[in-house]
Every structure is written in structure tokens, then in C-alpha cells.
Write a protein that binds this ligand. Structure first.
Ligand code: BG6
Ligand code: MG
Length: 220
């Protein structure tokens, strides 16, 4: 299948920035305060999942139930802690290869947009300087339907004034790859085939991955 690619839609957490560790520390502290044992392997289940859905997963692991008010308070505690950590981020928090790819895309005249579930995307983009390389930002503050719903990527394509089939989605979460497919876009998975086997191309990370390589792989 050969299509002309004119835009790239990037997930943020786990694709452009290394924030999973901060989410983990903040969720673990919250889980411990509720007497729940929360491991790094449990944390894998939260990738690409909304804040409320993440809390629900943790509560189900500990078999704990909370009222809606308690859930709101728990999410606020976790998020305040997370925001304190990401507020200290620097460009060093950008994942290897990501900046290089963004610069190549700019050079090649390919439009770029962020497609993230996170409501904290603006702080991360500002702290890392990534905002400068994105033509549009769609995040959890502009969307109401979580991935695998394609809303976040359809809005990105529309911001870039492109058709979905002219865009490629980069994602590290299964729900994100499903969202890209549902939106009619090509998809590049960043991670392992176990979770991202449905993607049109797959890389363990962006280190050493050039736009030329990706284009060839998607055309092949
Ligand atoms: C996604 C992360 O990008 O954003 C999830 O992969 C996170 O782990 C979700 O829960 C929502 O993020 P935030 O920053 O609004 O709590
Ligand atoms: Mg992600």
C-alpha cells in the first residue's frame, strides 16, 4: 500500500518522553496510601489509559472500593505529585531518537501534531521544548473520548488540514494503535509485537530510526 504521507500524529507519554516512571512513582505512592501493593508490571496496564481508568485498575488490583468523592481526591493527590515531578523535567526527558525524527520531519515538510490523552501535556511540552516542533497539540484537555476511540487523532488530522489517510500515528499503547486504525491512519508501534502487533510498522524505540526508514517500511 503506497500513500502519500503528509502528517505524523505523535502520542506523548512513552513515544516522545520518558514519563512512565513518574506516573509509576505517583500511582505507587497513592496505592500504598490505600494499602494496595502496586508493581511495575501492574503499571504496564496503565499505558495509554485515562487517569480515572488507571485509578479503577489500581483499585481493582487491591480489591478496594471508593466513593466518587474519594476517587476525585485520590486522582488529585496522584496528579499533584505527578505534576511536581514533571515540572522539573528538562529536554533530557525526551526519549532517544525523538527529537531527531521531529527535526527530519520538519525538514521534509511533513506536518506534526500531538495526540495524547494527558491533561498535563502542556507542562511537558514546555519543560522539554518539544512544543516548538509540533504544528498542533491535541491532548486530554481537548478530547472527551479515550483511545481506542480515534477522536484525538481525527482532531489532529483536522488541525493539520489533512485527511486521516495522509497521516501516520506513532503509539506505544495497544489502545493507541487501535485508535489510529479506527481513524483510518497508518500506524507505527513503538514497543513490542506482543502489544503492538496490529501496527503497520514496529520499532522497539526511536533510537536511530529515520523518516526514510519509516517511509520505506510503510510503503513495503
Ligand atoms: C497517557 C498515559 O498518555 O495519559 C497514561 O499513557 C495517563 O498513563 C494518561 O493516565 C492521562 O494522563 P494525565 O497526565 O492527564 O493524568
Ligand atoms: Mg503512550
Amino acid at each position: 500500500m503506497s500513500r502519500e504521507i503528509k502528517g505524523v500524529l505523535f502520542d506523548l507519554d512513552g513515544v516522545l518522553v520518558d514519563t512512565a516512571k513518574y506516573h509509576f512513582i505517583a500511582w505507587k505512592q497513592l496505592a500504598e496510601s490505600l494499602g494496595i501493593d502496586f508493581t511495575e508490571s501492574d503499571n504496564e496496564r496503565l499505558k495509554g489509559v485515562s487517569r480515572l481508568a488507571s485509578l479503577e485498575i489500581i483499585l481493582s488490583i487491591g480489591n478496594v472500593s471508593l466513593s466518587d468523592t474519594e476517587k476525585e481526591a485520590a486522582m488529585k493527590t496522584k496528579n499533584d505529585n505527578y505534576v511536581a515531578m514533571i515540572s522539573q523535567m528538562t529536554p533530557g526527558g525526551i526519549l532517544p531518537g525523538a527529537l531527531n525524527l521531529l527535526m527530519e520531519l520538519r525538514e521534509a515538510g511533513i506536518k506534526t501534531a500531538l495526540g495524547s490523552a494527558s491533561k498535563n501535556a502542556p507542562i511537558i511540552l514546555e519543560r522539554t521544548g518539544l512544543g516548538e516542533y509540533l504544528d498542533s497539540v491535541v491532548d486530554g484537555n481537548r478530547t472527551s473520548r479515550a483511545k481506542p476511540d480515534p477522536e484525538v487523532f481525527l482532531l489532529g488530522a483536522s488541525d493539520l488540514k489533512l485527511n486521516p489517510e495522509e497521516c501516520v500515528v506513532f503509539e506505544d499503547a495497544e489502545a493507541g494503535i487501535e485508535a489510529g486504525i479506527a481513524g483510518g491512519m497508518l500506524t507505527v508501534g513503538i514497543g513490542s509485537a506482543e502489544q503492538l502487533g496490529k501496527a503497520d510498522a514496529l520499532y522497539p524505540d526511536l533510537k536511530g530510526v529515520s523518516w526514510e526508514m519509516i517511509k520505506k517500511e510503510l510503503a513495503g
